[in-house]
Design a protein around this ligand. Structure first.
Ligand code: BV8
Ligand code: ZN
Length: 227
């Protein structure tokens, strides 16, 4: 299963490309503020943006889509969840070993030594935060535009896509690569491809089934069907 921002929409997490409009922060499209270049040119601004987003996330709880997905990990002989989301809501719903392709907004990473720290346990008054191990500056531990995905996470996701026989793609606009390539890899390996999304996406035509609607409504319905 590959998920995107749409799976958290019903929890109150804003999507990035909702209603055909791209999210903007202080006049900057999020592909500019959430970019590798911005970490180099204005790290404090990047922190302000992520502090704001974590403030929104702190009020959000998992919805029936996250809960159904968490149940499915024990329902199949083998089940892999890869998400583009950085909100931690899959884990909060009980999903284990989530492949977080784009990192996690609740973690910081040291620019100097690569050490990671939980932001929930770190004072929020120092920006950028200072690494406890080496004193270096820290950045949000998320994958920004123009950055590579975490290697081991990506390799696991690509390997599992290549030997998957049923692939659900839920709540993603399927335009951000390389994550958007995973369903095509699964299809190439012979997987049955199911998309759950209220809107069509560039992936829709390649799907064997498209279920048009909200993830928080459709996933629990599928759960009942198969019960
Ligand atoms: C890389 C974390 C190599 C940070 C994010 C031109 C062509 C092809 C590729 C590129 C190109 N130019 C640049 C690229 C590469 C670029 C890319 O793909 N760009 C796209 C936009 C063209 N990719 C990268 O840069 C990646 N790295 O390629 O590395 C490299 C390295 C160095 C130099 C060169 C190359 C890294 C990408 C990671 C970006 N990080 N997030 C942050 O959050 O600030 S991206 C961001 O988009 C999100 O975080 C999310 O992870 C990702 C995908 O978004 P979606 O989850 O799909 O969300 P979206 O809002 O788009 O859609 C929501 C969907 O939900 C909609 O379809 C909607 O209908 C649906 N929905 C709504 N409500 C519901 C619902 N569905 C179900 N139920 C509902 N209730
Ligand atoms: Zn450090």
């Amino acid at each position: 299963m590959l998920t995107g921002a749409g799976v958290s929409a019903e929890s109150g997490v804003p999507t990035f490309r909702g209603g055909g409009r791209t999210a903007v922060w202080k006049g900057m499209p999020f592909e500019v503020i959430s970019s590798a270049g911005m970490v180099r040119s204005n790290l404090p601004e990047v922190w302000e943006w992520f502090d704001y987003r974590r403030g929104v996330l702190s009020t959000c709880r998992p919805n029936p889509a996250h809960e159904t997905i968490a149940r499915w990990q024990d329902r199949f002989d083998s089940f892999t969840l890869a998400t583009q989301n950085i909100d931690g809501l899959h884990a909060a719903a009980g999903s284990r070993e989530v492949l977080e392709l784009h990192g996690n907004a609740w973690r910081a990473r040291c620019l100097k030594c690569g050490g990671r720290e939980e932001l929930r346990e770190k004072p929020s008054d120092v920006r950028p935060p200072v690494c406890v191990a080496c004193g270096g500056q820290m950045r949000p531990d998320v994958v920004l535009f123009g950055e590579m995905l975490p290697e081991r996470v990506w390799i696991s996701a690509a390997e599992r896509a290549a030997r998957c026989d049923l692939c659900f793609v839920v709540g993603t606009s399927a335009i951000v690569y390389p994550a958007a390539g995973l369903p095509y890899a699964a299809a190439e390996a012979g997987a049955f491809l199911v998309e759950i999304n209220p809107e069509p996406t560039p992936l829709s035509e390649a799907c064997d089934a498209t279920l048009r609607g909200a993830a928080g409504e459709i996933l629990p319905l599928l759960d009942e069907e198969g019960a």
